[in-house]
Write a protein that binds this ligand. Structure first.
Ligand code: COA
Length: 430
């Protein structure tokens, strides 16, 4: 076990640590691969608690506090629904709070939580622990909560950047060696490949990239092997970026802000990624009130953001987080980066999606969204939409030109229908 004079008295079991949580407390935890699963499981096992709010963003783990049996004891709240929390959000057993990701640390400062639970690397000889793979809002949570409990995991990489907490800031430390959750490699088929090629054609040597999570960003990365001096300024990165760093494609040399460093708020990938970022000064971890702030992003010349969505209408309104009004995920950093890229000199904002969903039976390009649809990216912010059928540049286009460009990249089976619907709704032909 690690040693430091100030650890004495802080080391406890998970059950002892969560015994400090009181009924009515608001608890914030780390997210994504940094979710302190051992602590959350121990907390969820407490039958005596009432009305404890649990807040985090993404999780890759089970969420027992979202189970119907947890009602009355725990109420989950989030700005981003995940596989294990989505049903509770959709059934109204958990809360959803709409917020841009970059605003989250400010919101945490304005509404401090009672308890923060995070996962950290073991302390170094000076007593500093790294927040590792999820710094985003975790640092703010530690600095603002009344009580801080840390799961200390020797499998958590010691990432570098503005991501360190000192043992003196941790009220309780729970030692638990557990593998971090890993993302299975995305399935990249011909559709994703075609999207990847189109997106790559919009990327120039020296650009700085933001990429989301999943098959589309991974497919884009596959086609960047011949680019030079790309940079990374991204809410998150995964394994694909490591490959481009190792090939010398990502150098960050041309970045106008934070040159020579990949700036990132959280990481989800395989052990390869987690080993790569361990003690690696090339990757700088920062909170989202820096990484995702559109004003910060705007200072990066040639900033290119690439995100995905669920549905786009012929006005260019983008639904990325909900199917109709049923919450599926959250805005995440999508609008933060689209706005930042719009303000960046030479910047571009790409939204890429397959042209169809539900095994080809539905067009993701629709004449109109249904009543009550949640719009994530407004038609005023939208820039470029990509499907496997091509690229629709929407910025500066008239409504009719937008509809034409979008129909041209819809699946051919739906193009005729979309033209008819456009005529019926807008009284014009395209
Ligand atoms: N109508 C009905 N069903 C739809 C649909 C539509 N318009 N669009 C997608 N679906 C279905 C898909 O068929 C799929 O179902 P299946 O799993 O049964 O095949 C499911 O919904 C998920 O769609 P998919 O495209 O596979 O989603 P994804 O996992 O690639 O995630 C987003 C896409 C848009 C939800 C995700 O990128 C997101 O949450 N974005 C917003 C946040 C963001 O951009 N953050 C940026 C930085 S991380």
């Amino acid at each position: 076990m690690f040693e430091h004079s100030q650890i004495k008295g802080r080391l406890v079991t998970a059950a002892e640590a969560v015994a400090q949580v009181r009924s009515g407390d608001r608890v914030i935890t780390g997210q994504a691969a940094g979710v302190p699963v051992t602590l959350l499981n121990a907390l969820s096992a407490r039958e005596d608690l009432k009305n404890v709010e649990i807040f985090h963003v993404l999780t890759m783990a089970e969420a027992p506090y979202c189970a119907p049996e947890a009602a009355g004891r725990f109420r989950f709240n989030t700005i981003f629904a995940s596989a294990s929390t989505r049903t509770a959000v959709q059934e109204g057993r958990a809360d959803f709070t709409a917020s841009f990701f970059y605003r989250l640390p400010d919101w945490v400062r304005e509404h401090p939580f009672d308890v923060a639970m995070v996962q950290v690397s073991p302390p170094d000889k000076h007593g500093w622990c790294s927040l590792g793979v999820a710094v985003d809002y975790a640092l703010t949570a530690v600095r603002t909560a009344r009580l801080v409990i840390a799961q200390v995991n020797d499998q958590m990489p010691r990432t570098l950047g503005d991501c360190f907490v000192h043992v003196s800031e941790l009220d309780f430390m729970v030692e638990q060696s557990t593998p971090l959750p890993e993302l299975p490699p995305a399935r990249i088929g011909p559709v994703e490949e075609a999207i990847g090629r189109h997106c790559a054609s919009l990327i120039r040597d020296g650009d700085t990239l933001q990429l989301g999570i999943g098959a589309i960003p991974d497919a884009v990365l596959l086609f960047l092997g011949d680019k030079k001096d790309l940079g990374i300024h991204s809410e998150m990165i995964s394994d694909g970026v490591v490959e481009l760093i190792e090939k010398g494609v990502v150098t960050c040399r041309k970045k106008t802000l934070d040159p020579g460093k990949c700036v990132v708020a959280f990481l989800i990938g395989s052990r390869r990624l987690y080993d790569f970022v361990d003690d690696n000064p090339f990757v700088e971890m920062r909170t989202v009130d820096y990484v995702n702030d559109p004003n910060v992003i705007a200072r990066q010349d040639n900033m290119v953001s690439i995100n995905s969505c669920l549905q786009v209408d012929l006005l260019g309104q983008v639904c990325s987080e909900a199917m109709g009004s049923r919450q599926f995920s959250g805005v995440g950093g999508q609008v933060d980066f689209i706005r930042g890229a719009a303000m960046s000199r030479g910047g571009r904002a790409i939204i890429a999606m397959p042209s169809t969903a539900a095994k080809g039976t539905l067009s993701r390009i629709v004449a109109q969204h249904g009543a009550g649809a949640v719009i994530t990216t407004s038609r005023n912010d939208v820039d470029t939409i990509v499907t496997e059928y091509g690229i629709a540049q929407l910025r500066g286009k008239t409504a009719r030109e937008r509809a034409e460009s979008l129909i041209a990249i819809a699946h051919p089976d739906f193009r005729g229908e979309l033209r008819e619907q456009y005529r019926a709704v807008f009284g014009q032909s395209v």
